[in-house]
Design a protein around this ligand. Structure first.
Ligand SMILES: N[C@@H](CCC(=O)N[C@@H](CS)C(=O)NCC(=O)O)C(=O)O
Length: 141
């Protein structure tokens, strides 16, 4: 297995998963962002984004999907939640929630997007409802 990784990037998710499962793997470290600082990486992943992961015929570029793949293939009925288990829906929902829904408000709160040119007060009022709704969703789920 091979994982392409940058410091503090989403590739940390599958890296953590590989360590958690105690699996042997080759780690290829890249400078961030690789599309600029290691352009040959575009031959590995034309999207330029990190991670990229290879396990035999499997070629993957989505961090949450790689974690799902590792759990299902290398840890059945341990870290994986199987289709016939009651928690299967909750498991898949939170796995995808992290990347599909949570990432945007989290980025707004934790990051300072350079494209953001509106005044700080406007920014806070725009972000606040989004964060509040995300919190409520997590409580309801
Ligand atoms: N959905 C992808 C997103 C990958 C992604 O956006 N990676 C960021 C690092 S966290 C990246 O490589 N950004 C640099 C770029 O796209 O040039 C995943 O979760 O694996």
């Amino acid at each position: 297995m091979t994982l392409y990784h940058c410091m503090s990037a989403r590739s940390f998710r599958p890296l953590w998963m590989l360590e958690e499962l105690g699996l042997p793997y080759e780690l290829k470290m890249l400078p961030f962002p690789p599309r600029v600082k290691a352009p040959s990486y575009l031959e590995i992943n034309p999207l330029g984004a990190i991670p990229a992961f290879f396990d035999g015929a499997a070629r993957m570029t989505e961090s949450a999907a790689i974690c799902h793949f590792l759990a299902a293939r290398h840890s059945p009925r341990q870290l994986n939640v199987e289709v016939d288990e009651v928690e299967f829906g909750v498991y898949l929902n939170f796995l995808h929630f992290g990347e599909a829904t949570l990432t945007f408000p989290q980025t707004l709160v934790l990051g300072s997007p350079p494209w953001l040119t509106v005044r700080a007060t406007d920014w806070i009022s725009r972000v606040r409802p989004h964060v509040r709704n995300t919190r409520r969703t997590m409580v309801v789920l």
